[in-house]
Design a protein around this ligand. Structure first.
Ligand SMILES: Nc1nc2c(c(=O)[nH]1)N[C@H]1C(S)=C(S)[C@@H](COP(=O)(O)OP(=O)(O)OC[C@H]3O[C@@H](n4cnc5c(=O)[nH]c(N)nc54)[C@H](O)[C@@H]3O)O[C@H]1N2
Ligand SMILES: Nc1nc2c(c(=O)[nH]1)N[C@H]1C(S)=C(S)[C@@H](COP(=O)(O)OP(=O)(O)OC[C@H]3O[C@@H](n4cnc5c(=O)[nH]c(N)nc54)[C@H](O)[C@@H]3O)O[C@H]1N2
Ligand code: SF4
Ligand SMILES: [Mo]
Length: 758
């Protein structure tokens, strides 16, 4: 038995862990007091991590599908040689647009993404689809217009705010803010601070709130517009801030003053007096911030909601200061910048063949992929790589995904487990688990202090499984896109110290300057050259050297403030060494609040408040349609609860409670349908039907029902365990602009059935 430091991989907080391990198993999981961000915090899910590491669906060998649908074990060499040949043939015959890459990282694994991304360049394709394209791209698009780049991402200083608006998020269960339960408790206990929750369910977070606005599902747009309208009507906006830091306020003000406050509040079905109180309290608080999540991103008017939410903290001047919302720096970039109005290198942005959809932040939305594969045009997508994602359960419209993936000429899945998606693949490539390789995430989204945690392997890779850096580098070598000699071979003789790294970086820059075609493959090049010289087999971490140098250059003073030593030349290498050595994670940088302004990327350094597309949508807001008679309930298809964690666990034994993933329903509705706890029902949408078990629960609004996210796996090839919610969701039920799904607003019909029928 030994104790090791690592981090939790179940949500974006990646809390630091101290784990006792023995014989390939997690024996005990505790919070790591030495982790600079989580400081010993964890939630109940982390204790169950062994169910990720050890279970019956783990993949051990590359598998190739046979014509009869069964899989046979093949060697890595055979698999990668054939995949490379088939990819090259597809590229030659149909061009790069025939290829799409799906996924590339989950809640704990983004290091592999630096490597897998290279495959898109090798295929001459731009089609990167991932989960961010089904939740956050509307938000990224708004950031691009307000702050100048879609990479300008905001964070919220809930810990220091006097007034916090939680809109459509449930941090008690889903986290997303530092040490969520402690932070919420501190907020609740302090009589000087106010916590407001806007949520149609009396969520675990709402139960702790000073004010809960239990609005009708899907009406946040009206409620936020009303809050903003009250603020400008009553002159509570921050004129000094707006004049100094923003442009376009007059246009926004004009639109807001035209909003029929009482009417909008009525649509949201919350008391007007409470809304007035919140508007005033928020706008006059000394320090206030807004935290949002899927409750407004997975529902009607997604992109507009993102705009209104940001206006709340911007027009009140709660930006660029403690306790407000702020921009932050990145070490590993999670997204790019792709402004659909601008031409890139003389060419307009790549639009998809069928939907003519442009990328946002470099990402295409999963809702359109089935159509891009299934449409009859010559320019359809024919080959797909899926990595660290299980679209057959997690993307909207399972039926469409099944048909689309079954029609592909080549589907390759890279995963640690035999998933629903993998079962449709031509090749399944086994990845080493996140505790069997060097890993890290780009969820370093903090400000003013930011952190990074490079995790080291705790166990040997299972069977023949390999880390993604090795899988993709080998594949690129097979495809012949990497240099077939090692131009930096001399680095192997160097000790991994500061001066060697400076010499290496110089040589790398010189080499890439004369071989520009190798630049897109820099991750694998650095992995193959610098990688083997790094201590403890940390080759996969090699691309962090150039990234650390870039970070130290851009945030020099902040990196120094975090205690890293060096000068303009050496600071990046020192930072890289600290990352390699820091088993509990490290503090990357300490910014000052005023630095937020250096992160704003508009040429004039100001925030551009008026976004014409959004103001047009705001002006033309329709009266919401009541749920139809055929589908009288609004289903929240994908709720975060105490025992769900995306698709990271497959063995249902990990759940201590809620084994069925029950449908929550208000007692009055249950009474009308003559349903009681534990009884069976069919939940039917216009798209599909699934069996559910009912849980009568007065925390949901009447007319609303909820099902959890993260169920429906076919563990050991069983029938689906719990609700496979995306059987109910439709590809075209999404935001017209960003194409992100309306998972929190799925009209359904509920019918009681006997257990035998279910
Ligand atoms: N336990 C657990 N935690 C997780 C995950 C997990 O699977 N399990 N997944 C992680 C991931 S990938 C993500 S993206 C985050 C998501 O984290 P959250 O967005 O916080 O989680 P959800 O439960 O999906 O939705 C949040 C809240 O939105 C409310 N809601 C539903 N409809 C509406 C509406 O119309 N308006 C408003 N205002 N609210 C509405 C719900 O009642 C719910 O309380 O969670 C992360 N954390
Ligand atoms: N209806 C509905 N659908 C939803 C949601 C909802 O609320 N409602 N939520 C959405 C949200 S916000 C998200 S983020 C997505 C998440 O859905 P996905 O993006 O599909 O990601 P995950 O569920 O995190 O898991 C993906 C896969 O990664 C595999 N994996 C784990 N570790 C590794 C590794 O080290 N390497 C490799 N190669 N694979 C690994 C797991 O086995 C799993 O199969 O689901 C979305 N789908
Ligand atoms: S699930 Fe999230 S909050 Fe809970 S221990 Fe893991 S990383 Fe921390
Ligand atoms: Mo997510």
């Amino acid at each position: 038995m030994r104790t090791e430091k690592t981090a939790c991989i179940l949500c974006s907080r990646n809390c630091g862990l101290a784990v006792d391990i023995d014989d390939g198993k997690f024996v005990r999981v505790r919070g790591d007091e030495d982790h600079p961000a989580s400081k010993g915090y964890l939630c109940q899910k982390a204790a169950r991590l062994d169910y990720y590491q050890n279970h019956a669906d783990r993949l051990q060998h590359p598998l190739k599908r046979q014509p009869d649908g069964s899989f046979v074990q093949v060697s890595w060499d055979e698999a990668l040689t054939d995949i490379a040949a088939r990819l090259l043939a597809i590229r030659k015959q149909h061009g790069g647009d025939a290829f799409a890459f799906v996924g590339g990282g989950g809640q704990g694994n983004h290091l592999g993404g630096a490597y897998s991304r290279q495959l898109l360049t090798a295929m001459k394709s731009r089609y990167a689809y991932n989960a961010l394209g089904q939740e956050k791209t509307g938000d990224f698009w708004v950031n691009g217009r307000l702050f100048g780049r879609q990479t300008c991402h905001t964070t919220e200083d809930v810990e220091h705010a006097d007034y916090v608006l939680f809109i459509g998020c449930n941090p008690y269960q889903s986290h997303g803010i530092p040490n969520a339960r402690d932070t919420l408790r501190d907020l609740r206990k302090d009589p000087q601070r106010t916590m407001v929750v806007i949520d149609p369910r009396r969520s675990e977070t709402a139960k702790q709130a000073d004010i809960h606005l239990q609005l009708k599902p899907g009406t946040d747009t009206y409620l936020m517009a009303a809050l903003l309208a009250i603020i400008v009507r009553d002159g509570l906006h921050d004129r000094t801030f707006l004049a100094k830091h923003c442009t376009g306020f007059e246009q926004v003000e004009q639109e807001l003053l035209a909003i029929p406050v009482a009417d909008y509040v009525q649509r949201a079905d919350v008391p007007l007096a409470d809304v007035e109180r919140v508007a005033r309290g928020f706008a006059t608080a000394r320090r206030a911030c807004v935290r949002i999540d899927l409750g407004i991103q997975h529902t009607l008017h997604t992109t507009l909601n993102g705009y209104l939410e940001k206006l709340l903290y911007l027009i009140t001047g709660n930006f660029g200061r403690q306790g407000g919302n702020n921009l932050h720096a990145y070490l590993l970039p999670l997204m790019g910048h792709t402004d659909e109005r601008k031409k890139r290198k003389g060419k307009a942005l790549k639009r998809t063949a069928h939907h003519q959809m442009h990328p946002i932040a470099g990402i295409y939305p999963p809702n359109i992929l089935p159509d891009e594969i299934l449409h009859p045009g010559e320019d359809r997508v024919r080959a797909v790589f899926v990595d660290s994602a299980n679209p057959l359960l997690t993307y909207a419209d399972t039926d469409a995904y099944e048909r689309a993936f079954q029609s592909l000429e080549l589907l390759v899945v890279v995963d640690v487990a035999m998933t629903e998606t993998a079962r449709l693949a031509h090749y399944i490539l086994p990845a080493a688990s996140q505790f069997e390789k060097w890993e890290a995430t780009g969820f370093n989204l903090e400000f003013p202090t930011n952190f990074f945690h490079l995790r080291h392997p705790l166990f040997a890779p299972l069977g023949e499984s390999l880390p993604e850096p090795e899988i993709y580098t080998r594949l690129l070598e097979k495809m012949g896109v990497m240099p077939h000699f090692s131009p930096l071979a001399w680095v192997a003789r160097l000790e991994p110290n500061l001066s060697a790294h400076l010499a290496y970086l110089g040589a790398l820059a010189a080499m890439l300057a004369s071989h520009k075609d190798w630049i897109p493959y820099a991750a694998s090049l650095v992995y193959r050259t610098l990688g083997p010289t790094l201590p403890d087999g940390a080759a996969a971490a090699a691309p962090l050297l150039p990234l650390a140098v870039q970070y130290a250059t851009q945030h020099y003073a902040a990196v120094k403030r975090a205690g890293h030593e060096g000068n303009r030349l050496t600071l990046g290498s020192t930072l890289f060494h600290a990352i390699l050595a820091g088993r509990s994670g490290i503090t990357l940088s300490r910014h000052e609040f005023a630095d937020t302004w250096s992160l704003v990327k508009q040429p004039d350094g100001r925030i551009h408040l008026a976004i014409p597309e959004m103001l047009n949508e705001l002006r033309a807001l329709p009266t919401e349609l009541p749920p139809s008679a055929d589908y009288p309930f609004v289903l929240m298809a994908g709720e975060r609860r105490s025992y769900n964690a995306n698709q990271i666990f497959r063995d249902p034994a990990w759940r201590k409670v809620d084994k069925d993933g029950a449908l929550r329903m208000h007692p009055d509705d249950a009474k009308t349908l003559e349903l009681s706890n534990g009884e069976h029902a069919l939940c039917q949408s216009a798209r599909g039907e699934i069996p559910v078990v009912v849980e009568v629960d007065d925390t949901v609004r009447r007319g609303m029902v909820t099902l959890p996210h993260g169920y429906g796996q076919r563990y050991k090839n069983s029938t689906p365990l719990g609700p496979a919610v995306n059987r109910l969701t439709a590809s075209d039920h999404c935001d017209p602009f960003s194409k992100t799904p309306f998972h929190k607003y799925v009209p359904v019909h509920i019918r009681k059935v006997a257990a035998s029928v279910a």
